[in-house]
Design a protein around this ligand. Structure first.
Ligand code: GAR
Length: 204
């Protein structure tokens, strides 16, 4: 039987602060139409795995290196998602680019959070701290974060939410990254997940 909440899988590669924001939002009721039932990490040592375990969420590690090819890597992820009836995938600091074949299968069902105002500082090779280094180098006075649907173009899918964040004099990439997380990512990612979860349930 289909559950009352949309089943969510969160894909991570590192620290998992966005995953933590989702876990907290679930606890506080900001996310009420979805439930995180699986966390998949592309790295065995990702701290986000510990956050998931602490919250009692099932975890799995699927390493690109150990699976050998992109096909095998994606097949392993797909099998986990299908076996658990996952309806919504959230890429939260997941540092692997997924093939068109994979993204096509989850059209409208896969979100990503990116630490800039897309279409600035995005696309292949723009991830993590690099995004903030680029923003500071360019000299923008406003940056932010974007949550968007995932399609075959890296950071190219339809935008769900964006939030602007001011750049301040003397910012380092690390300081700016933290401000963008606190003032934008950790707010708009849970809100977007709730919005899409509700839509999924209404469309069942
Ligand atoms: C976040 O800033 C996220 O937006 C970014 O990586 C960080 C992961 O942090 N993602 C990308 O750059 C994807 N292109 P987290 O593991 O603490 O959530």
């Amino acid at each position: 039987m289909v559950g009352a909440k949309a089943k969510i899988a969160v894909l991570i590669s590192g620290g998992g602060t966005n995953l933590q924001a989702l876990i907290d939002a679930q606890k506080s009721g900001i996310i009420s139409h979805g439930e995180i039932t699986l966390v998949i990490s592309s790295a065995a040592d990702a701290y986000g795995l510990k956050r998931a375990e602490k919250a009692g969420i099932e975890t799995a590690v699927v390493s690109r290196k150990e699976t050998g090819s992109r096909e095998a890597f994606e097949k392993a992820i797909r099998e986990l998602l299908e076996a658990r009836g996952i309806e919504l995938i959230v890429l939260a600091g997941f540092m692997k680019i997924l093939s068109e074949d994979f993204t096509g299968q989850y059209s409208g069902r896969m979100l990503n959070v990116h630490p800039s105002l897309i279409p600035s500082f995005c696309g292949k090779g723009c991830y993590g701290l690099k995004v903030h280094e680029m923003a500071l180098e360019y000299g923008v006075k406003v940056t932010g974060a974007t949550v968007h649907f995932v399609n075959e173009v890296p950071d190219g899918g339809q935008i769900i939410m964006q939030k602007a964040v001011a750049v301040r004099e003397g910012d380092t990439p690390e300081i700016l990254q933290r401000r963008v997380m606190e003032q934008a990512e950790w707010i708009i990612l849970p809100q977007s997940v709730e919005k899409v979860s509700e839509k999924i349930i209404n469309e069942r």
